[in-house]
Design a protein around this ligand. Structure first.
Ligand SMILES: NC(=O)c1ccc[n+]([C@@H]2O[C@H](COP(=O)([O-])OP(=O)(O)OC[C@H]3O[C@@H](n4cnc5c(N)ncnc54)[C@H](OP(=O)(O)O)[C@@H]3O)[C@@H](O)[C@H]2O)c1
Length: 337
């Protein structure tokens, strides 16, 4: 089968199409004929060995997100059938419950081979059905960015109707967070570097928009716009570059979900505000199978559709990664197999 993998050394230059033997489903496993994949920011770091020694030895098949149709079912598998459309889950080791080192030991496209293959064989316990109304590229976006936003707002955050949620930027995680916040009945404040993208989030229902380039001191503006002492929940993807503003925006007792460090990974913020405002600083690393199932039910029930900016053919993974790195995208970038 054809795969897109980092071949014999860690570098962007060694990202190539290669051949592997077709895998066969063993007991307890299913084989997926892959239909589509999706990119995440982390995939830009993978070919440079950005996640260190815990990564699988080379060659490594790229990408954590994808959807496939089951074409082989191993013995002992009852919950899935040939023809089912499923996503392989980000963590193959986290069925539910609290995070732990064991639960977060293996993720696709990093500690184990990812979705850029014609076929994937995985334990049946590590896949989940996808909402029927989604097309293949939309369904492929769910395991990483969508589960991250869901776990931040719902599982950990317990956001409720009437709360105000602030989302930073218009990338994959943040647009899912905008959509989920609206499903929950929350008000949404959205920041972006682009007025054109802010116009698009207003069309998606964002209540307040702020350009973080032209208004670098956006924290106080967001707090005033939220009323009630400030924002209830911040989806923090900027890290070092944005944390100080987020701490000005959040209300006493509010939550900051620390998801990404696009603007640097060091702590450079007035930590006294965390103390005096009783801020809950909650780290998030994707989520588990239970998160995926709960989120999938909400998406199916509401008819929500992920925002796919653009999709590329399988052969153009490198071009898709360059487009992601350019930051011109709005929402998700996908691959058609
Ligand atoms: N913890 C987890 O489980 C988890 C899961 C998924 C992703 N992440 C992390 O979350 C971050 C976002 O991931 P993603 O896949 O959503 O990325 P993405 O699709 O590439 O989106 C990034 C967007 O964030 C905005 N942005 C870029 N640099 C920024 C900065 N310095 N400050 C504020 N906003 C900035 C930009 O929006 P505008 O163009 O609108 O300005 C950009 O389009 C990454 O750091 C990623 O590694 C973490």
């Amino acid at each position: 089968m054809r795969v897109f993998q980092v071949e014999n050394a860690w570098s962007d230059d060694n990202l190539r199409i290669g051949e592997r033997p077709d895998p066969v489903a063993g007991p307890g496993e299913v084989r997926l004929r892959m239909l589509a994949s999706a990119l995440n920011y982390r995939d830009l770091l993978v070919p440079r060995r950005g996640y260190g020694s815990r990564m699988q030895a080379l060659p490594l098949i790229m990408l954590s997100d994808g959807v496939g149709r089951i074409d082989q079912v191993g013995s002992g598998v009852d919950a899935f059938h040939i023809g089912d459309r499923v996503c392989p889950l980000f963590f193959s080791t986290w069925p539910g419950g609290e995070p732990s080192s064991e639960h977060m030991a293996r993720s696709l496209g990093c500690e184990s081979d990812g979705t850029m293959a014609e076929y994937m064989v995985v334990p049946a316990a590590t896949v989940a059905h996808v909402p029927a109304h989604l097309d293949d590229t939309e369904a492929a976006t769910l395991p990483t960015a969508a589960v991250t936003a869901w776990r931040a707002l719902v599982t950990e955050g317990r956001v409720k109707a009437g709360d105000t949620v602030l989302v930073q930027g218009t990338g994959g995680v943040s647009l899912f967070a905008l959509q989920f916040a609206r499903l929950l009945g929350a008000r949404v404040i959205c920041t972006s570097s682009s007025d054109e993208k802010l116009e698009r989030v207003r069309e998606m229902g964002a209540d307040v928009t702020i350009n973080y380039r032209s208004t670098p001191e956006w924290g106080r503006i967001a707090r005033d716009a939220a009323g009630n002492g400030g924002v209830d929940h911040v989806i923090e993807v900027g890290g070092q570059g944005t944390l100080a503003q987020s701490l000005r925006a959040v209300r006493p007792g509010g939550t900051l979900s620390l998801i990404g460090v696009l603007g640097g990974g060091a702590m450079d913020a007035p930590l006294g505000l965390v103390v005096t405002r009783h801020v809950r600083l909650q780290g998030i690393t994707v989520g588990n199978r239970e998160d995926f199932l709960a989120m999938s039910r909400a998406i199916a029930h509401s008819g929500m559709r992920p925002v796919v900016d653009r999709s590329f053919p399988f052969e153009e993974l490198r071009e898709a990664m360059q487009y992601l790195a350019s930051g011109r995208h709005f929402g998700k970038i996908c691959i058609r197999h």
